[in-house]
Design a protein around this ligand. Structure first.
Ligand SMILES: [Zn+2]
Length: 321
């Protein structure tokens, strides 16, 4: 061990999830399925990586933490909907069953625990393996498989806990319109995104929002374009902004095998971006990284991509294959 290694490098990786997140089910044909989490867990077991994670149960998010970033009417509509007699359509892509509210509360609550763990130096990276995902959920509405904006809830909590600046990095295939809706023009938040364009939600941008670093990628773009975007546009903006914590909307649907898009990222790109984020965090913000699962719909590509991302943060005794 060398003396220059930041102490944060040797903090554990926290893995936050909850069984409720697997009970939310939008039907056998829906790509955002419980099998996504099951397959990730299987991969962690098979690879041995799971032995190096500290596991936590996701708590339920208190309503006050949801209404920090969402309109109270939206929160109450979601929590008071009654799906006990059958699925309810929240938007054309987003269905609610009898377990969806519990799952959504756990998915948002995971991020609150994650913020606490990294602030208390109990973890370097805290990864929230949750569903439903969050980054399409706007201040006023659910959409695109998302009920509450999990990463925004966590960022809002971190800011309310005393941090002055946080960066949110979103490398999902799709633009995180919900996160942009909530934090555009908020000087406490820098939101850096790469995403396929054109593609759902067909984000048009907010030209005057200097805190949104949007890098659209054309269909067919892959490792070279993604890495160039991160190096040329994300990292300079992050260095200027000096965040005190990094939050990640960790979507893995830009993988070349994903059925929902046409970006061509490889599994190794997820290890690369994990390393970039870890190195930046160690140099600039005490190694504090909170990541929450967004998309990823080829379940095998998802599982190995999550593993690759985690490997960038796991050190103590774990040797990579
Ligand atoms: Zn996505």
């Amino acid at each position: 061990m060398d003396g220059d290694t930041p102490a944060s490098r040797h903090r554990p990786v926290a893995w936050i999830t909850h069984p409720d997140c697997r009970l939310h089910d939008m039907g056998a044909d829906h790509p955002e399925s419980p099998r996504r989490l099951a397959n990730i867990e299987d991969r962690l077991l098979l690879s041995g990586l799971g032995d190096f994670l500290q596991r936590y149960d996701a708590p339920r998010a208190p309503v006050a933490d949801l209404t920090r970033v969402h309109d109270a009417g939206h929160v109450h509509r979601i929590l008071n909907a009654d799906a006990t007699a059958g699925e309810i359509e929240i938007d054309p892509d987003t269905l609610m069953n009898a377990h969806s509210q519990d799952a959504a509360m756990r998915a948002a609550g995971a991020g609150l625990l994650a913020v606490d763990l990294v602030m208390q130096e109990k973890a370097g990276l805290a990864f929230c393996a949750v569903r439903p995902p969050g980054h399409h959920a706007e201040r006023l509405k659910a959409m695109g498989f998302c009920f509450f904006n999990n990463v925004a809830v966590a960022a809002g909590y971190a800011l309310a806990s005393g941090l002055k600046r946080v960066a949110i990095l979103d490398f999902d295939l799709h633009y995180g319109n919900g996160t942009a809706d909530i934090f555009a023009l908020d000087p406490r938040v820098l939101l850096c995104s790469t995403y396929q364009h054109p593609l759902y939600p067909n984000w048009a941008g907010i030209p005057e929002a200097a805190n949104l670093i949007d890098v659209p990628l054309a269909p067919g773009a892959g490792s070279a374009e993604f890495r160039a975007a991160v190096r040329a546009q994300w990292l300079p903006a992050m260095a200027t902004f000096e965040p005190e914590m990094i939050l990640v909307s960790a979507g893995f649907d830009a993988h070349q095998r994903d059925p929902l898009g046409d970006l061509r990222l490889t599994t190794d790109d997820y290890r690369w971006i994990g390393s970039v984020i870890r190195e930046f965090a160690e140099a600039h913000c005490h190694g504090r990284v909170v990541a929450t699962l967004e998309g990823g719909y080829d379940i095998d590509a998802l599982a190995v991509s999550v593993e690759a991302f985690l490997r960038a943060f796991v050190h103590d005794g774990y040797t990579t294959a």
